[in-house]
Design a protein around this ligand. Structure first.
Ligand SMILES: [Zn+2]
Length: 56
Protein backbone atom coordinates (compact mmCIF):
# COMPACT_ATOMS: atom_id res chain seq x y z
CA UNK A 1 0.00 0.00 0.00
CA UNK A 2 1.32 3.39 -0.93
CA UNK A 3 1.61 5.86 1.88
CA UNK A 4 -0.42 8.94 1.19
CA UNK A 5 -1.25 11.91 3.34
CA UNK A 6 -4.74 12.26 4.65
CA UNK A 7 -6.87 14.32 2.35
CA UNK A 8 -10.43 15.41 1.85
CA UNK A 9 -12.40 17.18 -0.83
CA UNK A 10 -13.34 20.82 -0.57
CA UNK A 11 -16.75 19.61 -1.76
CA UNK A 12 -17.33 17.63 1.45
CA UNK A 13 -18.48 20.90 2.96
CA UNK A 14 -21.56 20.73 0.70
CA UNK A 15 -22.62 17.42 2.24
CA UNK A 16 -24.46 16.90 5.54
CA UNK A 17 -21.96 17.02 8.39
CA UNK A 18 -22.57 13.35 9.25
CA UNK A 19 -21.56 12.27 5.72
CA UNK A 20 -18.27 14.14 5.43
CA UNK A 21 -15.25 11.89 5.20
CA UNK A 22 -11.52 12.07 4.74
CA UNK A 23 -9.30 9.56 2.94
CA UNK A 24 -5.83 8.18 3.49
CA UNK A 25 -5.49 5.47 0.85
CA UNK A 26 -4.81 6.05 -2.84
CA UNK A 27 -6.72 2.84 -3.68
CA UNK A 28 -9.94 4.20 -2.22
CA UNK A 29 -12.55 4.56 -4.97
CA UNK A 30 -14.40 7.62 -3.68
CA UNK A 31 -11.09 9.14 -2.61
CA UNK A 32 -9.45 8.65 -5.99
CA UNK A 33 -12.40 10.36 -7.66
CA UNK A 34 -11.61 13.60 -5.90
CA UNK A 35 -9.93 15.91 -8.35
CA UNK A 36 -6.43 16.94 -7.39
CA UNK A 37 -7.40 20.59 -7.38
CA UNK A 38 -10.23 19.82 -4.94
CA UNK A 39 -8.00 17.98 -2.45
CA UNK A 40 -7.04 19.47 0.85
CA UNK A 41 -4.44 17.96 3.18
CA UNK A 42 -5.62 16.70 6.55
CA UNK A 43 -8.85 15.38 7.98
CA UNK A 44 -10.69 18.61 8.76
CA UNK A 45 -12.17 16.74 11.73
CA UNK A 46 -14.09 14.34 9.47
CA UNK A 47 -14.43 10.58 9.98
CA UNK A 48 -12.31 8.21 7.92
CA UNK A 49 -14.07 6.90 4.80
CA UNK A 50 -15.48 3.36 4.95
CA UNK A 51 -13.55 2.36 1.83
CA UNK A 52 -10.27 3.48 3.38
CA UNK A 53 -11.08 1.43 6.50
CA UNK A 54 -11.70 -1.67 4.36
CA UNK A 55 -8.35 -1.22 2.61
CA UNK A 56 -6.36 -1.53 5.86
ZN1 LIG B 1 -11.48 6.79 1.34
Amino acid sequence: MAEVSTFYSVNEAKRPASERRYHDNDKCGPGSEIKLEDRQVGTNGYDRSKDCQKLD
